[in-house]
Write a protein that binds this ligand. Structure first.
Ligand SMILES: [Ca+2]
Length: 271
């Protein structure tokens, strides 16, 4: 029994320390990592397809960014959120870039806030446009959240005065260690990225560029038995969502078999 406990603890630690902010710079596009809502546009996430609000709405880096506003004097409520496991540590920092290129009516009730577990960490409003005329890096102390637990990060905007407020390039650093972002992992030849982890009702499996062809995707229980199996064609760059709400709480392995390759990653199911 002692041996079993130690093994289980080792698995748990591995998962906690590998947690990350997914799609932190938005450059994987929409519906990757973030839950997105927008009254007028479906999502606050934008690439060049959204237009450029007269030349000043653009990413800080990459091709995608979060554009709050853009609906003129109509009411626009836009939100982004994701549940992130913040590693254990003593010092945590959340960084991002913000820009207010268009003040609109310049009123303070056109505002966007960055929120962690419902606590407002930062708010910018249209009356501060002169302070944020260019992208400005914001660093926020989140020491109080570095507990190895799950936390909900949100970006919440409400605007009706024709302001445009932009965010890009989020980054989470715990004790000087930058959480490796999703894009960086895939560009680093990782075959696939699993998220969220721990997971509740579903997990996403995002394949990188190295593996092509078909693959069999299995979920194995702690005894190594396959509890689900799925055959996928042409996996390069694809996003697969697996329902996991029916699985009992516990540790599982997601196994991808493609040609002669067999790749496994551990995942924790919680409900
Ligand atoms: Ca970006």
């Amino acid at each position: 029994m002692k041996h079993f406990t130690l093994v289980f603890l080792a698995l748990f630690l591995t998962i906690v320390t590998s947690a990350q902010l997914i799609n932190p710079g938005f450059d994987s596009g929409t519906e990757v990592g973030w839950t997105e809502n927008s009254t007028n546009f479906g999502t606050p996430l934008c690439d060049a397809g959204c237009g450029d609000c007269g030349g000043s709405c653009a990413p800080q880096a990459g091709a995608w960014y979060a554009w709050f506003g853009g609906a003129g004097a109509n009411l626009e409520v836009g939100t982004l959120s994701q549940v992130v496991t913040i590693a254990n540590g003593s010092q945590g920092q959340l960084s991002f870039f913000v820009r207010v290129p268009t003040a609109g009516d310049g009123s303070a009730d056109d505002a966007v806030s960055v929120v962690l577990d419902g606590n407002v960490l930062f708010t910018v409003n249209a009356s501060q446009a002169a302070d944020y005329a260019d992208y400005t890096q914001i660093d926020i102390d989140i020491d109080a959240y570095t507990d190895g637990g799950q936390h909900t990060l949100g970006i919440e905007g409400l605007q009706d005065g024709a302001s445009n407020i932009l965010f890009d390039s989020f980054n989470l650093t715990i004790d000087g260690q930058t959480s490796v972002g999703f894009d960086q992992q895939l560009n680093g030849e990782k075959d696939f990225v699993l998220y969220p982890n721990p997971a509740d009702s579903q997990i996403n499996l995002h394949f990188g560029q190295r593996l092509g062809g078909d693959a069999t995707v299995r979920i194995l229980d702690s005894n190594g038995r396959a509890v689900s199996e799925q055959l996928l064609g042409g996996i390069r760059g694809k996003l697969l969502t697996l329902e996991t709400g029916w699985l009992p709480v516990g540790m599982y392995v997601v196994e991808v078999e493609s040609g002669s390759e067999l790749i496994r990653e551990r995942i924790s199911i919680v409900h």
